[in-house]
Write a protein that binds this ligand. Structure first.
Ligand code: 5RP
Length: 225
C-alpha cells in the first residue's frame, strides 16, 4: 500500500453512519472514495456523498455510493481532500486542476475538513513549489491580471492542453497562474486575492483545515488545528 492510499484509509475512519461526506478530487481523494465504497459494500456503512468534481462524482456513482448535487446541500459533516502544498500553519494550496471552486465551497461547508497527503506536499510557505491558481471571470482577465501584477504578482493566463487557446475550468473560468514574493504571508495573499475584482476563487485554502493527515514511509501523523 502506498502512502496516499494509507492516509486515505486513515481518513475513512472518521466517516460514520448517516454522515453527508464531501469527496475531494485527485489521486489521494480517489483512494478515499474507493475505501468508502468498500466500507459500504463490506461493512454496511450508510452515508450520502457530494462530489467536488465531475470526475469524483463519476467514480462515486460507478462504485454505487449515494450522491447528491452540490446545489441541494447547505452544509456537510465531513470533507476529505488532497492538497498540492501544506504549510506549517495548515494553509493549503489546491486546485492544480480545474475544480477549486467546488473544493473550497465544500471545505467551508464542512463541520470537519480533513486534508490528506503524503509528505511530499509539506512546504515552508505557500507557493514554494507551485504557482497560485487564480480563477477569473473570462472577460475580466486582463483587468484582474493588471491589478494582481500591480500588487506584485508575476505570471500568465494558463494555456489549454493543445496550446491553441486558454484553459477553462469546470466552473467556466480562466486561470491566472501567478507567483508572489516569498515575503507575502498566506494570510496576506489570501486577503489580496479575495479583494481583487474579477477573481472567482483561488487555490489558497486559508483557515479552513481542521486536521491534516500526513503519511510518510508507511506511517500516518495527524495534526489538529
Ligand atoms: C485538485 C487538488 C488535489 O487535491 C491536489 O492536486 C492533490 O492531488 P493528488 O492527491 O493527486 O496528489 O487540489 O484540485
Amino acid at each position: 500500500m502506498n502512502d496516499k492510499q494509507l492516509v486515505a484509509l486513515e481518513a475513512a475512519k472518521f466517516v460514520k453512519n448517516g454522515m453527508l461526506v464531501g469527496l475531494g478530487t485527485g489521486s489521494t481523494a480517489n483512494y478515499f472514495i474507493d475505501e468508502l465504497a468498500r466500507l459500504q459494500r463490506e461493512n454496511g456503512l450508510s452515508i450520502t456523498t457530494v462530489a467536488s468534481s465531475t470526475i469524483s462524482a463519476q467514480r462515486a456513482q460507478s462504485l454505487g455510493l449515494p450522491i447528491v448535487a452540490l446545489e441541494h446541500i447547505a452544509s456537510i459533516d465531513l470533507y476529505v481532500d488532497g492538497a498540492d502544498e501544506i504549510a506549517p500553519d495548515m494553509t493549503l494550496l489546491k486546485g492544480r486542476g480545474s475544480d477549486l471552486v467546488k473544493e473550497k465551497l465544500l471545505a467551508k461547508a464542512a463541520t470537519q475538513f480533513i486534508a490528506v497527503a503524503d509528505e511530499s506536499k509539506l512546504v515552508n510557505r505557500i507557493g514554494q513549489n507551485f504557482v497560485i491558481p487564480i480563477e477569473v471571470i473570462p472577460f475580466a482577465w486582463q483587468l484582474t491580471k493588471k491589478s494582481l501584477e500591480d500588487a506584485g504578482g508575476v505570471g500568465h493566463l494558463r494555456p489549454n492542453a493543445a496550446k491553441d487557446g486558454f484553459w477553462i475550468t469546470s466552473h467556466g473560468s480562466y486561470v491566472l497562474d501567478l507567483t508572489f514574493d516569498a515575503d507575502f504571508s498566506a494570510n496576506a495573499l489570501n486577503e489580496l486575492i479575495n479583494n481583487t475584482p474579477g477573481v472567482v476563487e483561488h487555490g489558497i485554502f486559508y483557515g479552513l483545515t481542521d486536521a491534516i493527515l500526513i503519511a510518510a514511509n508507511g506511517k500516518v501523523e495527524a495534526r489538529w488545528a
